[in-house]
Design a protein around this ligand. Structure first.
Ligand code: PLP
Length: 432
């Protein structure tokens, strides 16, 4: 499989090059030349396959000969070595829990796959790779955990000071070794802009082999398809295809779901559930796309004013507004409604949502209200314990910290303070 740049001013490259570069030299996002089809018989009999077998069938066409089959099987198995349960909340809504990985959020899948691919490629490449990544919350922890100790890879994480939760901050500032955390006095969009400037800077590109671990990187974006397939293994017996509500920020996750669907996975409809940072729901309502300045909310991993992956959604559907509108509905959910949803769902069904899952839940509930014959599930993208202040206030009790996260509270935060200034970032990176 080769990948082309969505700016069309750079040569097509293999999966290996696309992963190492992150972004194309013309600043475009890479996109697969063809969308592979998953054999309909495999989908029909998906329960007969193990997660690993299914994952290989989905990922191998995207990787091509960039990674040998045995190594890819190892990488895939390590990536998905935890559960993806589809839990019934009520008779029409289920929750696909994507928070059973090491950092308690869905980003573990993409980060673990990408880190292992880069580790594999760096055995063959000469010189070290520097991964530069901006995080609005969960990316940082997942990337830090996924890349910790990977030889030949240095990781620099930029995060907005005071705008991530305590568990999120600990996850990304306590690793040490090859992981550095830069605490930026600014917003996520500031962090993302600094990272983008770095990729365009000639001096930095001469001094370092830079790559991105944001979902613009194909190795982080593409494996997110897998949990839609794992969900279908558990959904299939219900009969009709599901409506899937995805809490969306940078639109990498929902775009991966759409890709899975175009490859043959049965899905009735997609819901792009956003907080008030709703550039895409605005587009779906009006046909006009306008990026916004990000506003802080209680679902902070979705505080993205200008979602980078939306251009991939457009490409997938030939930029046809009518087609896109048929497949995806957009919802805007305020913080008040999000809080109310957490309280209501706990009171009615005893199920604890995190703020991101609650945004999706509310959107799905609205949609199903207008489509009484349908049913579906939300992607519950983070464990509620990552947002204790909001969630505990709504359910009226403490959330237990899972055993896998308890050790974090004994560790010391280590971050490097930085202004929201590219010049400062550049100087720091060049100093090594
Ligand atoms: C990153 C994140 C999102 C948004 O995912 P995108 O792929 O950026 O749309 C939603 N929920 C949580 C908990 C996240 O960490």
């Amino acid at each position: 499989m080769n990948y082309y740049s969505l700016n069309h001013q750079a040569p097509n490259v293999s999966f290996r090059e696309a992963t190492i570069q992150g972004q194309a030299p013309d600043k475009g996002l890479y996109f697969p030349e063809t969308i592979p089809t998953v054999d309909p018989l495999v989908i029909k009999n998906c329960k007969d396959y193990t997660k690993e077998e299914l994952a290989m069938l989905v990922m191998q066409p995207y990787v091509g000969d960039a990674i040998d089959e045995k190594s890819l099987f190892r990488i895939v198995s390590e990536t998905i070595g935890f559960d993806f349960p589809l839990v019934q909340v009520n008779d029409r809504i289920s929750s696909l829990e994507l928070f059973h990985g090491p950092t308690l959020a869905f980003k573990d899948v993409g980060a673990r796959f990408m880190s292992r691919c880069l580790g594999y490629f760096s055995q063959q490449a000469t010189g070290k790779v520097t991964v530069l990544v901006a995080t609005s919350g969960d990316t940082g922890g997942a990337v830090a955990n996924g890349f910790l100790g990977v030889e030949g890879v240095e990781v620099v994480i930029l995060y907005p000071s005071g705008k991530v939760s305590p568990v999120q901050e600990l996850q990304l500032t306590t690793c040490g070794q090859n992981i550095k955390a830069l605490e930026v006095s600014g917003s996520f969009d500031d962090c993302q802009a600094m990272v983008k400037d770095a990729f365009m800077d000639a001096d930095l590109n001469k001094a370092l082999q830079l790559t991105s671990a944001n979902s613009i990187n194909v190795a982080r974006w593409l494996p997110q398809q897998l949990y839609y397939f794992f969900a279908y293994q558990q959904w299939q017996d219900k009969g009709q295809p599901p409506v899937i509500a995805v809490p969306s920020g940078n639109f990498g996750n929902i775009c991966a779901g759409l890709l899975a669907h175009v490859s043959g996975l049965p899905v009735k409809h997609f819901i792009a559930a956003c907080n008030v940072n709703d550039a895409v729901p605005g587009y779906l309502r009006t046909g006009n796309y306008a990026a916004k300045t990000a506003v802080p909310t209680i679902s902070n991993a979705m505080d993205v004013g200008s979602p980078s992956n939306f251009i991939r959604v457009m490409e997938l559907f030939g930029s046809r507004y009518e087609t896109i509108k048929e497949k995806i509905s957009g919802y805007t959910v305020t913080d008040d409604t999000t809080r109310q949803t957490i309280a209501d769902v706990y009171r009615q069904y005893g199920y604890v949502l995190d703020p991101h899952g609650a945004v999706a839940y509310h959107a799905l509930q609205e949609y199903l209200g207008e489509h009484p014959e349908q049913a579906g599930f939300i992607l519950e993208t983070a464990h509620p314990v990552k947002f204790p202040d909001t969630v505990e206030a709504m359910i009226g009790k403490k959330i237990e910290v899972p055993a896998s996260a308890q050790h974090l509270f004994g560790l010391e935060k280590k971050s490097i303070a930085m202004k929201a200034s590219f010049a400062e970032l550049k100087e720091w990176l060049l100093r090594g």
